[in-house]
Design a protein around this ligand. Structure first.
Ligand code: G4P
Length: 536
């Protein structure tokens, strides 16, 4: 098969939602359709238990799940579909942001009763900033929930999307009868008994067909006709270019648990969702159909087994064909690396592959060479943009509790930071080390892993910092020198030796910005080439 055919076959996407909206259930149903799993429950039995408890089993499970479901690939109607897992837990939000740099589109799942929730808002905002094409799936239609049109309004208002309904529910909750599929012009009837099976689909060419009245009842049929008219008048018609440009978001309704509306979603998805897209690097746009291989690391996962301290780096292939046992350049440090057992991921297994193509994710065994964001190429010296670090929410000093193990501690901290578990800052004044995280759970993960994987012990000391601000300034200017003198107790370096101002309050940030207008403070590490991320 030619490279172009391989590219055209592929769709790589992520499902995003607030916890509990039904992401896992939908994923599972998509896999069922793809024949990738045989029974419901296969993904679920593996899933992250919700709500952060702080016992270590939980931490282990959190880590375990992300390997098992990091990438779920399956074939459907001659397409190769790669679903990338995006952790729903907010302590792992940064992981999700990074994963979103590797998807070509997303499906947003919303609970019909709860409507738009906090985590969905944040994630959709990230997608909007990058113009990622989005499909919306409104889930749990078998339950009482909000009126469909109110929900569409809410999605537009809260998420800033421009919606285009491609299906519409007939009734809801106890009176839920099915879904009118605008995309395919048919009605899929819902019956409780068919719970785990696919419901009956009836095709209509004309919405005025009287048999609709017989099937769903006169009142519901009239209602449906009115609603369809309203949709035609009020909502923009579907336009693929607008969807691909991130300017229009088709909406589907259904019930993942009941397998309802899922096939419609999947069928529309494979027809309209984008194939692997070009990606910007620091000196040119790289297109998937180029012969030479390029890719980037968006996730690193440590081995669960402490006896084997290797890691798995997840590489999204941007262009060309990735081949086993071929030499590739790790651009950051100029090393040539060869991989004898690259993994490809499927719903229920991982396998060693000879070749992978744009849109695919390969898992590369790594003994400590990779960092999140690294670019790997056939030889060209380019770096892909856009895997930023955001300011952490929590900050603590890290202390070594066992002086004989200082080396192990440093190595462990270094490697965990490469994996993107947390961020390290070193104080300018006294070289003390600070760990910054998105959620408090990470401190326990770090402490546990340092002990079990590196044999090092650490303790933490609380620190009252509001935000890390990356500093951009002319370091020779008098203004900067004055800033550095006044703020010396709050200046640190990140892992890449960039200067960071650790501000103790938003008031301090405000005052500092007023006093030193030419010392720019950024809330994201990659401020030099961040594409719009900064506003988040
Ligand atoms: P998440 O990954 O987004 O966190 O959500 P998940 O799929 O785990 O679904 C959250 C809960 O919502 C689950 O119930 C799931 O069964 C339920 N659910 C998902 N889709 C539907 C739907 O279409 N209709 C209804 N009524 N419920 C749905 P749970 O009780 O938390 O878990 P479980 O005991 O069923 O595993």
């Amino acid at each position: 098969m030619s490279l172009q055919t391989e590219i055209d076959k592929r769709k790589t996407f992520g499902i995003i939602s607030h916890p509990d909206a039904g992401k896992t259930t939908l994923t599972e149903k998509l896999l069922l359709f793809g024949g990738a799993i045989q029974e419901a429950g296969a993904v679920k039995s593996n899933k992250i238990k919700k709500g952060a408890t702080s016992d270590f089993m939980e931490i282990e499970r959190q880590r375990g799940i992300s390997v098992a479901t990091s990438v779920l690939a399956f074939e459907y109607k001659n397409h190769k579909i790669n679903i990338l897992d995006t952790p729903g837990h907010k302590d792992f939000a940064e992981d999700t942001y990074r994963t979103l740099t590797a998807v070509d589109s997303v499906i947003v799942v919303i609970d019909v009763a709860k409507g738009v929730e906090e985590q969905t808002e944040k994630l959709v905002q990230v997608c909007r900033m990058r113009n990622i094409p989005m499909l919306v799936f409104i889930n749990k239609l078998d339950r009482e929930g909000k009126d469909a049109f109110d929900l569409l309004d809410e999605v537009e208002q809260k998420l800033g999307l421009r919606t285009c309904p491609l299906s519409i529910p007939i009734g809801m909750g106890a009176s839920f009868q099915g879904i009118y599929n605008i995309w395919e012009n048919n009605i899929q009837l819902f019956t409780e008994e068919k719970k785990q099976k696919i419901g009956e689909t009836i095709k209509f060419d004309d919405i005025n067909d009287e048999s609709i009245d017989e099937i769903v009842g006169k009142k519901a049929a009239e209602n449906l006709r009115e609603e369809l008219e309203l949709i035609q008048e009020v909502y923009p018609p579907f336009n693929r270019e607008e969807y691909l440009a991130g300017e229009l978001q088709p909406v589907f309704f259904g019930s993942a648990l009941n397998n309802f509306g899922v096939r419609e979603l999947l069928d529309a998805f494979i027809e309209i969702a984008p194939k692997p897209q070009p990606k910007n690097s620091d000196n040119r746009l790289v297109k998937p159909e180029e012969d030479d291989f390029t890719g980037f690391v968006f996730k690193i996962h440590a081995n669960m087994d402490p006896k084997h301290r290797d890691r798995l780096a997840f590489v999204k292939i941007v262009s060309g064909t990735f081949k086993r046992n071929e030499n590739y350049l790790l651009v950051r440090d100029g090393k040539k690396l060869k991989f004898s057992s690259p993994n490809a991921f499927f719903a229920d297994k991982k396998e060693i592959v000879e070749e992978s193509f744009p849109g695919d994710i390969v898992g590369l065994h790594d003994t400590g060479n990779f960092r999140i964001g690294d670019t790997l190429t056939s030889g060209e010296k380019i770096n892909f943009k856009g895997i930023p670090n955001f300011s952490p929410e929590h900050f603590r000093y890290i202390n070594n509790s066992d002086p004989l193990k200082a080396k192990q501690l440093n190595k462990g901290v270094d490697q965990l930071m490469d994996e993107g578990v947390a961020q390290l800052f070193t104080m300018e004044m006294n070289n003390r080390k600070i760990i910054g995280t998105v959620g408090a759970l990470q401190y326990e993960v770090i402490q546990y892993r340092l002990e079990h994987e590196y044999g090092a012990k650490c303790s933490y000391e609380p620190l009252s910092i509001h935000k890390a601000c990356w500093v951009e300034a002319d370091e020779k200017s008098e203004e900067f020198k004055e800033f550095a003198r006044l703020k010396q107790r709050f200046l640190a370096r990140d892992k890449f030796n960039q200067l960071v101002f650790l501000a103790d309050s938003s008031f301090t940030i405000h005052m500092t910005q007023e006093k030193f207008p030419n010392v720019k403070l950024h809330f994201i590490s990659e401020f030099r080439n961040a594409d719009n991320f900064e506003k988040i």
